[in-house]
Structures are given as C-alpha cells and as structure tokens.
Design a binder for this molecule. Structure first.
Ligand SMILES: [Zn+2]
Length: 251
C-alpha cells in the first residue's frame, strides 16, 4: 500500500526540517502515480547549513529547493518532484488545489501568513489543502506540529491568539528562556542544536502525513519533547478553535 500515491503535496521551506522531511515523504510514496511533490525555497545552501541539512557540500551555493529535488531524484528516480526557487509568500498562491501543504519554514511570522491565507480560503468555502505546520521550540528542545484541515479545530494562530501573549501549548518550561546566539556571518539568530532535533521533527511530521492520508489525521497537535531539562510533556490532542483567534475566531 502506498498512502501518498496520487497526492499533490508541497513542502514550503527546504531548510533543516524541510530537507529531511521531503526525503522521508518521498520514501513514503509522495510524487508517485499522478501525484507530485513540490519543494519551495528561495534561499541557497550555505556553509552554516551543512551540519544539520540533508544536503552536503556538493550543493553549496545552489538553491535549496532545486538541489533537494536533485538529491531526491538521485535516491528515487521515479518520484515526480519539482522545485520552485521563489519566495514562499508568492508561491503559496499556486497551491490552492493541492491535497496537502507542509509549512516547514520554521519562521513564526511566515507560518502566520500561510495560515491566514488558507484559513480565508477554507472559511470562504474555496478549495483548500490540508496544512501541516511543523516547527522546533526553543533551541531544538522540542518538536511540535499542527494539522489544520477543518473549520472545527484549531488553526495555527489559535495556539497563540493574543498579541505578545504566551503559547497555549508550549512544551517549554515557563522559567526557560532560550535565546539565539547572534551570528557573526549575517544570518539571523543561530540556534545551537545538532541534526537530531530537525530529524526528529521531520520524523514526527512524516508519521502525521501518513495518518492524514490514511485516516482522520488525529491527533492534530503532536509534540515530542527532546530536551528533558527544558520541556514538559503536554500530551497530544485535537484543540478546538479559539474564539479570540484573529484568523478564525470570529467566523
Ligand atoms: Zn484560529
């Protein structure tokens, strides 16, 4: 059985999580039959990425989405994989008729925008893909994901509905305040963790993608604590929409 056969799946963000996850879902059958696996990223692979990324030194300087498509083709030549080397926000509008969009950007502001775009479509009763957000909390202290595929349950913004407020399902201990170490090379804050955390996040999302394809995708919110000193176990579940959510609460 190939649960991802004939599915149109897109991965936005081919960084540390997205690169491993794209290979995992290709190995699970994405991009087979009439299905496609679309990879989206406008950045190039840099030396700072190598320690945690699926791609190695031979792809340095190349666009991450294009290089990743080549790497997946090298392992799995029959997979229908295509790359979009463009900005995530412009590309998202090409994905309305997809079955599943995976937000692996790991950038909260971008995830909020992606969420809002698809929530608007869903509540306008326009064709809308299921959307799976996957991210790391803290300094790779926990992997967390949310599947959004119906009006009834929480959207990404429902998890943190108040401006500047706390995350309702944060796995981080309340007295733990992770700060990124400013990078010298012009990258934004550098979070010092190894390949393990993004690989765990990619594994978590891969299991959820199979559940989405084979059943009702529950539980929608899943967390794997990675660092036991900085996290608490919050359990998995299916949170409902939050009435204060600026994206979906007043609908
Ligand atoms: Zn919401």
């Amino acid at each position: 059985m190939n649960p991802l056969e004939h599915k149109k799946i897109a991965v936005i963000g081919c960084g540390t999580i997205g690169s491993h996850l794209s290979k995992f879902i290709a190995q699970t059958g994405a991009g087979t039959g009439t299905g496609t696996l679309t990879l989206i990223d406008n950045q190039s692979l840099s030396a700072a990425n190598i320690g945690r990324h699926l791609l190695g030194i031979e792809y340095m300087g190349q666009n991450k989405a294009i290089a990743l498509s080549h790497e997946i083709k090298r392992h799995l030549p029959d997979v229908n994989v295509r790359a979009i080397s463009d900005d995530a926000w412009r590309s998202v509008r090409q994905l309305d008729l997809y079955d599943l969009v995976i937000d692996a950007t790991g950038e909260e502001s971008l995830s909020i925008s992606i969420n809002e775009y698809f929530i608007d479509r869903r509540f306008n009763d326009s064709p809308t893909p299921a959307v799976l957000h996957i991210w790391l909390s803290g300094r790779g202290d926990a992997a967390q994901m949310l599947l959004v595929h119906s009006k009834e349950f929480a959207c990404y913004k429902c998890l943190s509905p108040d401006f500047g407020g706390t995350e309702r399902y944060s796995p981080l201990l309340s007295d733990y305040n992770p700060k990124g170490i400013p990078a010298a090379c012009g990258d934004s804050a550098y979070m010092p963790y190894g390949v393990g955390s993004p690989a765990i996040a990619a594994g978590l999302a891969n299991v959820a993608v199979v559940d989405w394809a084979t059943s009702n995708g529950r539980p929608h919110l899943r967390t794997i604590p990675i660092n036991s000193r900085t996290t608490k176990n919050i359990g998995d579940g299916n949170p409902k929409r939050n009435e204060r959510c600026p994206a979906c609460g007043k609908r």
